[in-house]
Design a protein around this ligand. Sequence first.
Ligand code: ATP
Ligand code: MG
Length: 752
Amino acid sequence: MATQKIETQLSMFHNIISNKPSSVLKAQDEIDRSMESDAAGEEVKLNLDATSSCQFALPINFATLPLCGLSLDNQVQDEAPFKTLMNNLPGMVYRSRNDRNWTKEFVSVGCYQLTGYRATELLGNQLIYAQIIHPDDQEEVWNQVQAACAERKPFQFCYRITTASGEEKWVWEQGQGVYSASGELQALEGFITDITFAKRAEEESRLLQTMIQAIANADDFHSALAVAIRQVCEATGWNYGEAWIPRSDGILECSSAWYSSNPILEPFRRQSELTTFAPGIGLPGRVGSSQQPEWIPNVSITPDSLFSRVQTAQGCGLKAGFGVPISCQEQVLAVLTFFMFESRQKDERLVQLVGCVAAQLGSLMQRKQVEVALRQAEAKYRSIFENSTEGIFQTTPEGRYLSANPALARLYGYSSPTELISSLTDIEHQLYIEQNRRAQFIHLLQEHGVVVQFESQVYRRDSSVIWISENAHAVYDDTGAVIYYEGMVEDITERKTAEVEIHKALEKERELLELKTRFVSMASHEFRTPLATILLGTDLLKSFGHNFSDDKKLKQLNKIEIAAKRMTKLLDDILLISKAGAGKLECKPTIINIKLFCQELLEDIQLISTRKHKVDFDCQGECSQLEMDEKLLHIMLSNLLSNAVKYSPQGGTIQLQIICENQQAIFRVTDEGIGIPESDRSRIFELFHRSSNVGTISGTGLGMAITKKAVELHGGSITFESQVGVGTTFTVCIPTIQPHQYSSIEPIRRVG
Ligand code: ATP
Ligand code: MG
């Protein structure tokens, strides 16, 4: 009898595992292999690929399964090993009728561990197996078995049962029909095992996965929080969830992220929005400070000191409460609090699950925050780059643009940064006017790493020229090599133009001041001397005139006359200069007989030369009918001739040569005087300038400036050759053309 029972059980077991579900056969293989290799036995996990949606590990302790390695075809000698085998299987072996109750005819002792009910209870009339199957799963279980049996195939599926203690468990069942020789279904035989752990792990992993995905897709920290709160509530049955964010002073503030499964909870939310929690105070404060989760089975009966919103919670019917920190690198990013309508003791698994979610969330949140910060920074800098009124650039050391902003494109006259980058490919030669300017720019960057207010003139696209000021620095790679230069460009053309204008105005001011000073010192000297002569002469004549001979009197009167003339000439010169400066000196040509004009002039000159000089006059060509301004010609020649006399104090020959040919009149005045030193030659025509070698020879430095002006008014030119101690020759060339054709003349150059 006993042997028969064992044989039945053994055949059942054999049937179960020989139904050829590959996973179970694999399990058998593994058991065999393990027995061969590890006689001592250790816990091995066998992966049973039950259904596509049910993946779990089935733990079998080989130490307690000493006979598993036996071939099932072996002749069974003893009942004991099979009992042990059945009893130690992590689940329940069964034989049942194929009815809606799943009436059990045999269950192994594992049924107690699986269901909390004893075998006797399941085999008797007190309890039918169908009752412990979750109501939502009962129909599916029935359908699965019937479908498999109809095709005479084994069945495998997962479903939920409620154990004797009320705990819900996920189980995996595999079995098959037992048929009579005539093919009639007589019973079902199979194996049921607890897969709750695996199922939960799978659910948790799914929850985490969806949450990670959702958080990753969220736009910012708060919407990521909102996603997390909603997911946790929906997956774990909490009715209300919210987040608390620490301010910089550590106080926790209610985040905009929250979830509620029921509108009745709105007053609770409103109160949260008005509440803050100091560190260590209230559920969020305590969780934030301890960085540990906290569970309150029923907040509505918790003292105010521990839960400040008791009354509102009571009003809304909230009971269990749970707080969990979201932290990263020991810094609390947020505290999540959840509440439900039921009172519930601490559920370690839930705490673990949410803790795990929170940990994931922590690192995700931090990444998210960094991402958001980066995005914001990028957007901010992009906006600055795009909207800056200053040009911004990045250029390669070779002189190409890597990037340019719209302002730079505008500045250089391009329609867009893209056009600028593609057209301006050689900064050194295309941009800067000064050819080595780019080299200087790079040199400064190499020396100092930065350039500040680097001012240059550059070409715009239309070849117009502007002034720019650049501030730039070099960007290096890890090896210290320059990757690119970046900086800003400002158009300073307006400032530069203004600077030039100011400089010109200042220069003019300075010139005027200098002129004034020179004029005052010259005038005081040049007036004082003849005035002194006049005063002395008149004094002498007054006091001693009655004793003077007529000749001596005449001499004195002559001196007075010369002094007065000198003063008159000075006044005339000043008047002429001021007229010329104001552009009021005009050229009014008339027909002149130059030869005659010069002969008369030379007679006057002869007078002042005190007969020390020999005067030569030579006139070539047709000079009798020239169209010139007589007054200006007089100024010109008298200045040249009087200088020739004045600056050859030792006497000598003074030559005046006139050549009228090729539609021009050439006047050449040569002397054998002191000459003009090299250093003074460039300034001879400046107002008030007198050479360094004039010594005591009197003069104002006005004559040559006036002469030059007179020449220019005739459209002519004046040059000279000189050798110190040998003599000087001035040459004036005047075109003999109609005066109205003379070009406009610049005012007299002052000092340079
Ligand atoms: P004034 O205004 O009374 O003529 P000035 O003769 O000194 O005074 P300019 O005629 O303008 O002034 O001549 C300028 C300077 O040029 C002179 O002071 C003198 O140094 C030099 N200079 C001009 N002509 C001669 C010359 N023929 N030989 C040597 N130096 C000369
Ligand atoms: Mg002179």
